[in-house]
Each structure stands twice: as structure tokens, then as C-alpha cells.
Design a protein around this ligand. Structure first.
Ligand SMILES: [Zn+2]
Length: 287
């Protein structure tokens, strides 16, 4: 699989896992490659295209605030302190998703993006360390360029993707199913499921079935490893990743994965965090 990455993903002075870990994972993939995984650079034309898509999906006043830093309350609404690298950083994360989705649509193959900080962003402000919604932006690219293609979104990050939900609400043929272990950013929807840690995998399995019931031609999987913080073990997370990759592979629906949440803590150092995300990448590379 191709895994899209751009050094600008870390282009901010703000030290935070969401913006730093992509760099660490890219470095890890160079030092210790995973079979059938190639780190792909994002073409400048995709970065330019993504800026355009951001301006269509997000309110102009918000985009302008992220570019200029003013007003500060809006520029820093994601929770990340504003600096002049934030916009480039957020564009790079979204562009990786757009590049991976475009590649998957064109090749019919599974792929990925070392992106995070996406699913809480609203059209008119940031939230939960998410600046722009790469998931909704990539779905919007499909809507504009391939109106015959149906998009499924499976969000298994620990937190709910209330931002994606808000933005895709007005898009046709884009269906999201959300499995969370944490109530943050919860919203009312029949496909927004709070899973118990003890019975996590059956809920994920049922969610995949629901995604497939909408007959998607491509799925975007937001594969946060932060259910770890709610008590899901690394073994169960790895099993989840294999389940997701395998089920979409079995029915030949190309899947694009994003890293999403995953945080260092006193129980998880950066190497441990990189290891959890590497398990996701390995699962999609060898489904
Ligand atoms: Zn999360």
C-alpha cells in the first residue's frame, strides 16, 4: 500500500502528538520498513487542490483566521495554539487524505495517510485539536469528481466524529458509521455507537456490516488507536485493525485509512504509540 506523508504535517511550533507523530512514523517506516508499504510524497498539485477544497468545505472567515491568526479565539479554536505553521500543517494532513482517496479511486487499491486531527473540526471552527476535516474534504473531492461513487466512512477513533457528521450532512452518498469508547463529541444518530470496552470487537464488526449495507465504492477508515486510553488493549486494537482491513478486502472495497487519535501518556511512550499505528498500517498492507 501507498501511505501518504508530507514533512509539513509537523510544520508547527506546537509540540503535540497529533502534529508530531506522523514524522516519527514516517521515520520508523524508513528505518524498519513494513512489507508492501511505501511512503508516498504528496504532489504539490494535491496540496493546491486541497487548499481549494478546504475553502469550499469550511467557512471563509474560519479559513482566514487559521491563515492569519486573527481573531485569535477562532484561529486557536482547535485547541492548538496558533502559529504561522498551523495552516500549512493542517493543509498537509488533509492533503494526505485527499491524495490517498484519489489514488484509491483511480487504482482501486487500498492505501493510507499518516494524517490525524480531522474528525472534530466543524465547518466554521476547530475543535478537539482538529483544524480542518480531512475526512469530509476527501469525501467532497469524490462528490465533485466522481459523482457516481458512494463513500463510506468508518470512524473507530475513541471519540465521536461530530465534525465529520456536521459537514457530510449535506453531501449525498456519503455515509458514516462511528464506533467510540469515549463520549467526547457525541451526537445523536443511529450510526453513532458507544461500545463497551469488554465487547468492543463485536460492535466494530457490526459497524462494518452497516457501512457495507450502504454499498460504498470506497471507504475511509479513521483508525485512531486512542481506545487504548479507555482500556482497549494493544492486542484487541491489532485484532480490530485486521478485522477492518480484512472485511473490506474480502468484498473488494478499496479502503483508505487515516491514523487519527493516539496519544503519549505515562502508560505509552512515543515508541509505543508508533508501534500501535504501525500495527494499523501492517493490517491494511496485508489484509
Ligand atoms: Zn480520538
Amino acid at each position: 500500500v501507498k501511505v501518504f506523508y508530507d514533512p509539513n504535517m509537523a510544520a508547527t511550533g506546537t509540540t503535540f502528538d497529533t502534529t508530531r507523530k506522523a514524522e516519527q512514523i514516517a521515520k520508523s517506516l524508513a528505518d524498519q520498513p513494513i512489507d508492501d508499504v511505501d511512503v508516498a510524497v504528496i504532489h504539490p498539485s494535491i496540496l493546491a487542490l486541497t487548499e481549494n477544497l478546504i475553502a469550499q468545505v469550511h467557512d471563509l472567515a474560519y479559513v482566514r483566521a487559521v491563515v492569519t491568526g486573527r481573531p485569535d479565539w477562532l484561529a486557536a479554536s482547535s485547541g492548538l495554539a496558533w502559529d504561522d505553521g498551523i495552516y500549512r500543517m493542517a493543509v498537509a494532513h488533509c492533503a494526505a487524505v485527499v491524495a490517498a482517496v484519489a489514488d484509491a479511486v483511480e487504482s482501486g487499491l487500498t492505501g493510507g495517510a499518516l494524517s490525524s486531527g480531522l474528525h472534530h473540526a466543524r465547518s466554521d471552527h476547530g475543535k478537539g485539536y482538529c483544524t480542518f476535516s480531512g475526512l469530509a474534504i476527501a469525501a467532497w473531492w469524490v462528490r465533485l469528481n466522481h459523482p457516481d461513487i458512494r463513500v463510506g466512512i468508518l470512524d473507530v477513533d475513541a471519540h465521536f466524529g461530530g465534525g465529520t457528521r456536521q459537514i457530510i450532512e449535506h453531501m449525498v452518498d456519503v455515509h458514516q458509521v462511528d464506533v467510540s469508547t469515549n463520549r467526547y463529541d457525541r451526537y445523536e444518530h443511529r450510526d453513532a455507537l458507544l461500545a463497551p470496552v469488554s465487547g468492543y470487537l463485536p460492535v466494530v464488526d457490526a459497524a462494518i456490516t452497516t457501512v457495507l449495507s450502504h454499498h460504498p465504492d470506497i471507504v475511509i477508515c479513521n483508525m485512531g488507536v486512542d481506545p487504548f486510553d479507555d482500556g482497549v488493549t494493544p492486542e484487541v486494537l491489532a485484532e480490530r485493525d485486521r478485522l477492518v482491513a480484512h472485511r473490506f478486502d474480502t468484498v473488494e472495497v478499496p479502503a483508505v485509512f487515516t491514523l487519527a487519535g493516539g496519544y503519549c501518556s505515562d502508560r505509552l511512550d512515543m515508541d509505543g504509540l508508533v508501534g500501535l499505528h504501525r500495527a494499523t498500517i501492517a493490517a491494511f498492507a496485508n489484509p
